[in-house]
Design a protein around this ligand. Structure first.
Ligand SMILES: [Zn+2]
Ligand SMILES: [Zn+2]
Length: 247
């Protein structure tokens, strides 16, 4: 197979550099658009090969287009990530040291929580414990808004979660940093934050909410795929990605 970067690959990469992250539907549409614009070969099921070609050229630049799942809706996303920095220092060009310290503390809260969330109150309390230059309440709130804007955090009703982009980009760091705390999803084997947990104390496996929906769909009596105990949680509905408007 050809590993040559063409204009279609370059255009795809340029768009990813601007947006940072796109869902699978968006990536497919962009792939088709780039191929058609530059009259290059297009095959609907070859998106991952197309991205592999781009990645082979990005590797020496310490960048990569990486695939991952949204913990909210189970959709696949593609994010352009930096592979040089192994920790949050990758964000140091955009954030001051005390801001990074608060982000790190927010991550600690989210990772150690059962539901993958941290409340604004918990985060504000953490702001008082910053070692070098304390952040005022208004500064903390402003920082949280920036972290949402820059797609590191998501917020819903005062509860903060790690964004899909953050999980895709930081996964190697999270796995190293929180070895003892972080668990992977029993179904998809990616790190799991927002998830359901098996209540059997000797088991305690985690499954992402969208993975729960897919795994238990159509089963009359849900049982833990690891210990076979009854799965007592409410099974969410499988959420369909946006219907395809084209074709
Ligand atoms: Zn999963
Ligand atoms: Zn179990």
């Amino acid at each position: 197979m050809s590993r040559q970067m063409g204009d279609s690959h370059r255009r795809f990469l340029q768009t990813m550099m601007t947006s940072g992250i796109t869902d699978e539907q968006g990536a497919k549409a962009l792939y088709q658009y780039c191929c058609e614009t530059h009259n290059s070969q297009y095959a609907p099921d070859k998106l991952d090969d197309f991205i592999d070609t781009i990645n082979s050229k990005l590797q020496p630049l310490f960048m990569q287009i990486r695939k991952g799942m949204s913990e909210d809706n189970g959709q696949q996303f593609y994010a352009l990530v930096n592979t040089t920095e192994t920790d949050i220092t990758r964000m140091s060009s955009d954030y001051a040291d005390n801001e990074l310290e608060l982000f790190k503390k927010t991550m600690d809260l989210i990772v150690s929580s059962e539901n993958g969330k941290a409340s604004s109150t918990e985060i504000l309390n953490c702001a008082d414990t910053i070692s070098n230059k304390k952040l005022k309440k208004s500064e903390t709130e402003h920082l949280l808004n920036r972290l949402i804007h820059d797609k590191w955090l998501c917020e819903q009703q005062g509860e903060y979660t790690l964004s899909t982009r953050c999980i895709i980009e930081m996964e190697p760091y999270i796995r190293t940093m929180y070895q003892d705390q972080v668990k992977v999803c029993q179904i998809c084997h990616n790190v799991a934050f927002q998830c359901q947990i098996c209540e059997n104390p000797t088991c305690g496996i985690k499954i992402h909410n969208p993975c729960v929906a897919r795994f238990f769909k159509g089963r009359t009596e849900p049982r833990c795929p690891s210990c076979d105990d009854f799965w007592p949680h409410e099974i969410p509905e499988v959420r369909q990605p946006h219907s395809k408007s084209k074709r």
